[in-house]
Design a protein around this ligand. Sequence first.
Ligand code: AMP
Ligand code: ZN
Length: 475
Amino acid sequence: MPIRLFDSLTREVRELRRPDPSDPKDVFSFYNCGPTVYAPAHIGNFRTFVVNDVLRRLLELEYGPDKVKHVRNLTDVDDKTIKRARDEGRSLSEVTQQWTKKFEDDCKALNCLPPHDSPKATAHIREQVDMIGVLMKKGNAYRAADGSVYFKVSSFDNYGRLSRVKERELQLGSALAGKPQAVDADEKEDGSDFALWKAHKPDDGANAWDSPWGRGRPGWHIECSAMSKAILGDTIDLHTGGEDLLFPHHENEIAQSECCNGVPFARHWYHSKHLLVDGAKMSKSLGNLYTLDDLTAKGFSPMALRYALLMGHPRKQLNFMLDSLQAAESALVKLRSYRAGLVKKAGTAARDPADVMEFDFVFGSLEDDLNTPGALGALFDDMKFPTPADVFPVHAANLLFWFDRAMFALGLKVDEPSKPETSIPSEITALAEKRWAAKQAKDFATADALRKELAAAGWSMLDSKADYKLEPLRK
Ligand code: AMP
Ligand code: ZN
């Protein structure tokens, strides 16, 4: 079946382009805007990256592993990364390398396939300067008095097609030109024109490069346009990111790329919706911002987080609760035991390749606009019958083949325990959560009783202001 996916530009579910199987050079090009590497990524960021990983896996299953090229960049120079380095008195590269490593470790723990290329913005300054040069030559950009270069939005007729920004402005009542748009720290403050090149300021410290317009650094948007062009070419098959990137980031990428290259930038745009935590936007001040480490410290496995992130449709906001992780851990136990049953029943039997396809609704749901909750539902439906006990070994071998393919598509690792031996049992995590809730509600009697219960089970809870950690008691 072809893969159908919502396209944010045309606002309809459309088939993705299928590369020509007989042309080895024809690959499906897929650019996913990557993280800004200045702090640990939170579980909202990982929702976006896990959804993109399922997409990558599905493309590989459908087109073949060597017919897909997946690029995910690293934003390693912008206001946030520079500020972090300055605040910590470290070099920009020290800070960004530290957080790139952490990001990659977390992605690995979440079983995300590494992209084929992870370009860093600082390694592509020349390409960015070249693109800005073309835009200057074509009259789409101008140099301001301080040496910054801006893209002239009025020079691109199609500006606003992706985000329908003109409609949105009418609703919000803010004019496109001449008014500040507090959308991100990278925007010019007095109008819709946006920075391509930012003249060096004292706060930037040593983080500046030479350009025909003076020393400075690139704007955020040009980074992706230039890296995408350098690695995947002028027109790409699919460009993705979280919903917040649609405007202005992707709108600006289209403007720069299409004015520079003179051809359409991306054939398909996909934006997944955000993750909320306990019904609210994640923020440090609300105490609801979780990283992967926060969850593993509570005893949950990275695989349970991956599962929980797939429980909602990627095009709907997903409300995350710790309870979802309990449900995810139980689902993983069932998947592991089902697989172990198939392995045992199949024994040494080989699958008959002429045998029927199994778990077809799992694949069908994913191919139908990446319906991950639909795929998980179909998986558990199909596991009800036949069970490993109901089938002959040769059939068990066939079921195992298709089950493993479904697990590959979803990126769920269920052929080994998802938790390390020393992990925290879910009953203990449940007790700890109860105690934490009691403490927050100032019900200290209940909190103390639960602490004793935990101690009796061999666990202690170390509280900090915003959170707690569980540790096994030494015997
Ligand atoms: P950043 O590191 O801020 O550039 O974000 C990396 C990716 O995470 C982008 O694709 C964002 O759209 C996405 N993202 C940020 N916050 C959330 C959230 N709460 N839920 C889902 N995705 C998010
Ligand atoms: Zn980007």
